[in-house]
Design a protein around this ligand. Structure first.
Ligand code: NAP
Length: 304
């Protein structure tokens, strides 16, 4: 199937282009980007023009930041295309609900992707937890914003979500593996005094789960979820590439996250063939609740 990639920036080039090139399902037929392009692929600057000219392209994958994404997604749906959304699926829950409704009404499909759910050890973790009760837990998601979002001021603008841009990845895993949903009880959000979104956050979730998100970690990065249950302990490390159950380690063969985007595109192919949507917003609900309930603390100014 032919697909167009929109927003040729960091994640499009790091992950989407290689995943599409290696996929038996997809042909990257066009890009839409004001400044970016992919060697050897037809490049457009304007989405409307591409949609008008390329009726053979059935699917549009949006790699833009969340705030501009809604208008692009709605235009693509209204032009009769299936849509794949980078995470988080939008800037607000209500716009995501509108997109889901539009896809349904137009008899199309939309996919809110959560790449971290595709990490190799997430499915085995979910299977092990299925018959357990969570008694407490700790999420530690600490990374270096300068490494993953070099110079991207949008992450600190309204709708950019700040540290919840990576934190929502942890929440996407948590909401996938838990046998029963959790809810937010309290939160503290640290806003740099010169920015509009938090650089760190601490969440208290039900079932005694604490989450610590911080974007100021230099050196080794930490992406871990540790859960105590009524029948033993489970830890997912390295973003879901390594699983430890009661001290015994299992890891994906190469212990990297390289399978995430290929699996997302395989799932998108299934959805298009079946004419279905997959729009689970539960990670974003927890983030919205943190902004609703969170206590604000001012932190030192942040500059890239
Ligand atoms: P990015 O490089 O800053 O942006 C991607 C592209 O979107 C830009 O190159 C730009 O292309 C286009 N764009 C930016 N602002 C726009 C606007 N206002 N209107 C239209 N187009 C605009 O961001 P990214 O790091 O790739 O992140 C994009 C999405 O992927 C985010 O939702 C992020 O959470 C997710 N993601 C990022 C990472 C990561 O490591 N960075 C990992 C996983 C997921 P043009 O200027 O050429 O139009």
């Amino acid at each position: 199937m032919k697909i167009a990639l929109v927003g040729i920036g960091k994640i499009a080039l790091d992950q989407h282009v290689p995943a599409l090139a290696a996929s038996p399902d997809w042909e990257l037929a066009a890009t839409v980007s004001r400044n970016g392009a992919v060697d050897g692929v037809e490049a457009w600057r304007d989405l409307d023009a591409m949609l008008e000219a390329r009726s053979d392209i059935r699917v549009v994958s949006l790699c833009l930041p969340p705030v501009p994404r809604f208008d692009y997604a709605m235009k693509a749906l209204q032009a009769g295309r299936y849509v794949m959304l980078e995470k988080p699926p939008g800037a607000t829950l209500s716009e995501c609900a509108l997109l889901e409704r539009a896809a349904h009404d137009l008899q199309l499909g939309i996919f809110a992707t959560w790449h971290s759910r595709e990490a190799a050890m997430v499915a085995p973790a979910k299977a092990w937890l299925a018959d357990k009760t969570i008694t407490s837990g700790r999420i530690t998601w600490r990374e270096d914003v300068r490494k993953w979002h070099p110079g991207q001021d949008w992450v600190f603008e309204p709708g950019g979500m700040g540290v919840f841009d990576p934190g929502i990845n942890a929440l996407s895993i948590l909401t996938e593996i838990l046998p029963r949903p959790v809810h937010l009880r309290a939160a503290t959000l640290e806003f740099p005094e010169n920015r509009q979104t938090p650089i760190a956050a601490h969440l208290h979730l039900s079932n005694g789960i604490e989450a610590d998100f911080d974007w100021r970690q230099e050196g080794p990065q930490t992406w871990s979820i540790e859960l105590e249950t009524d029948h033993g302990t489970l830890a997912l490390h390295d973003g879901g590439a390594r699983l430890v159950i009661d001290g015994a380690v299992s890891a994906a063969p190469d212990a990297t996250l390289s399978g995430e985007y290929p699996r997302l595109y395989a799932r998108m192919a299934e959805l298009v063939r079946a004419g279905q949507s997959d729009m689970d917003l539960s990670p974003m609900v927890l983030v919205a609740d943190a902004f609703t309930l969170g206590r604000r603390v001012t932190a030192a100014p942040f500059h890239f």
